[in-house]
Design a protein around this ligand. Sequence first.
Ligand code: SF4
Length: 468
Amino acid sequence: MESSVELRMGAAPGPRPRRFWLRTFGCQMNVHDSEKVESLLLHSGYTAARSPDEADLLIVNTCSIREKAEHRLYSDLGLLRSWKEGGPGRVLGVGGCVAQQEGDALLLRFPQVDFVFGTHNLRLVPALALAAGEGQRVARTEERRSLDRFELPIAPPELSRKNPGRAYLTVMEGCDMFCSFCIVPVTRGREISRPAEAILREAESLAQRGVRELILLGQTVNAYGRHALRRGNAEATGTLAFAELIRRLAKLPGISRIRYTSPHPLFFDDDLVAAHGDLAPLCPHVHLPVQSGSDAVLRAMRRRYGREQYLRLVTRLRGARPDLALTTDLIVGFPGETDRDFEDTLALVREVGFVDSYSFKYSPRPGTAAASLEASQAVPEPVKQARLEALQSQQKSLTLAAHRARVGTRTEILLEGESRRGGQLSGRDPYHRIVNLSARAPGSFPPGSLVPVEVVEATPHSLLAEPA
Ligand code: SF4
């Protein structure tokens, strides 16, 4: 295992182009990181394999936000031992949040792993793969404050063909909030914001390539530029207030939709709220993580807002954009959560009327403040499970009611391709709902088109529509 070997760029030499396969777990940030790795590999002369069996290089991009995801990786790596042994010269790399956390330990524990790269080291993947081909096992997880992490080569056309109308655009990375349950500040490092000019340049080139919808990404995306603004050095760092950044992006020709994810409820200044009323391209949907509806739990989570403050923010946002659709993240069974606390969460979800939510059972993450509470205040597993089921069942009814209220209305979808079940074209509307087109009209609506539709039917997971 070597962490100090000198790395060279380029694809491993061989009689034919080397082929790669990427397996991604976790959030949009991870999905976008995999896109960047894919782009780097294509630029380095690799080609995409059609299946893991065909690949010479297999990379697992991992997630450590919950215990379950981490365990899944470990069982996956066990299975990948036979993949590795299935062909000569096969190289196995592990990246993402678990890699950032574990580093060298992954090489020690799993002899089948050839290299490990952290969340700040995507650029090194081709060189690490090359070194692995030459027999060196290397882990690189050093955190670099450098802005060059943002400036990766523009994705080649074969990548953009996958979802031509929509693209992720990283505006900041890292998190300084240190919520007591969350490992992200450790795995993704401290907040760093990208200069606005570089963001606008990338957005422009995406628009020229046919991208209509930009999804601005960051762990606490609306914290973008906040430290520089507070210190008075926004100009020197080339950053802006987040709302101003959105206003400039909204002026770019060709950009019809802008979203951002995930914001922190603390960083909605008046201008960002007003932007939801002023800017037509800013989608009427905000994913606004609340985590709990109980003040006591929010305090223990160190979320830095209370229930009333969150509800006031919802009112302000809906004041600016009355048809705003809200979705959220929730954790049940946080250490010390009582039945009453949980009732408060159920009540808050009803009061806001979230269109959808992503809810999870609390699992302690090593190195977080809340992990130490688990020993004395753990909520028993069956209670966690019952709460999760109650929350999800309530959400199912809310989602279905919200979908039914849309029947008979008109909207516009950005087509992505075939629906999950096949046989229908599918896309998302501005409210971020999945909309399937009832009539199949191949060719008339290629992926990436914006199609005006009328909603004709509602299901718990999606809407059914006809071209209007
Ligand atoms: S704001 Fe809290 S939950 Fe979100 S990434 Fe930062 S520490 Fe984690």
